[in-house]
Design a protein around this ligand. Structure first.
Ligand SMILES: [Zn+2]
Length: 257
């Protein structure tokens, strides 16, 4: 088990040395922890040589999608609206747990395999009753379950009237590519058509693009392949000669009258 005190010290010392080391880097502001300075690059793969530039906050380890989710959350949920309300955080990210938890009165976590969650659940067939939660947060999960339609239906089913699903994915294509089997623990690569699917299942859909937030938060996924920027992403998220922008989709359940 990691010593919490040592980890806390590392959190202070690491960004200090990192600032000294990467002095030539651009300075950013992490909205989650308040760190100001250069962010770390993240190597996605060695072969091919794929790197995401200025990705990770050296203090809280957040990357583009975490910072984006934080900003969307602060915009969509304020304390008054979520008083007495409940949220289910599926496959919870450590650096977002507190943020999501503090916005709601009841905070539950679920994951198929992880042990440190409240419920072990398969998103394709969850054990919760209908109308159980006011919000479901699910980020970078929908590439995994074999049945995407069932997963979306389940998220909708467990939401109460007026509930919101906060869904974040990497959009790699115009149309979702189904593998027809599991490859590297994934069933598919997500396309922009996922938004249409969400729209079919939910009563209303709202898209939050990272373009709406200040550049200082560094929400652009700056993809560099063999030293060259690569931007072969769908038009909706493509940033020319840079990579792709973050997109969070909110599916809303109508208030029943
Ligand atoms: Zn941070």
């Amino acid at each position: 088990m990691r010593n919490a005190h040592t980890e806390k010290l590392k959190g202070i010392i690491r960004p200090f040395f990192y600032k000294l080391f990467k002095q030539s880097g651009k300075s950013y502001l992490c909205p989650i922890c308040g760190y100001q300075g250069p962010f770390k690059d993240k190597r996605i793969s060695k072969q091919p040589d794929l790197v995401r530039i200025d990705s990770k906050c050296p203090k809280c380890a957040s990357n583009e999608r975490h910072r984006m989710m934080y900003l969307v959350f602060n915009e969509v949920f304020n304390a008054a609206e979520t008083q007495g309300k409940s949220v289910l955080h599926i496959a919870p990210e450590d650096c977002l747990k507190d943020l999501v938890a503090e916005k709601f009165e009841t905070y539950h976590t679920a994951d198929l395999l992880k042990q440190d969650v409240d419920f072990n659940e398969d998103v394709q067939a969850m054990s919760f009753n209908d109308n159980s939660y006011d919000c479901v947060v699910i980020s970078r999960v929908l590439t995994i379950p074999p049945d995407l339609d069932a997963s979306l239906s389940e998220i909708h089913r467990v939401l109460k009237p007026g509930g919101l699903a906060v869904i974040a994915e990497i959009y790699k294509h115009e149309e979702t590519k189904e593998f027809g089997k599991m490859i590297n623990e994934r069933s598919r690569e997500i396309g922009i058509d996922l938004i249409d699917k969400i729209d079919t299942v939910f009563d209303e859909v709202e898209c939050f693009s990272s373009n709406r937030y200040d550049e200082q938060y560094q929400l652009a996924n700056k993809m560099v392949l063999d030293g060259q920027p690569t931007d072969n992403f769908p038009d909706k998220v493509k940033i020319n000669n840079v990579g792709f922008s973050e997109l969070v989709v909110i599916g809303k359940v109508a208030n029943k009258t």
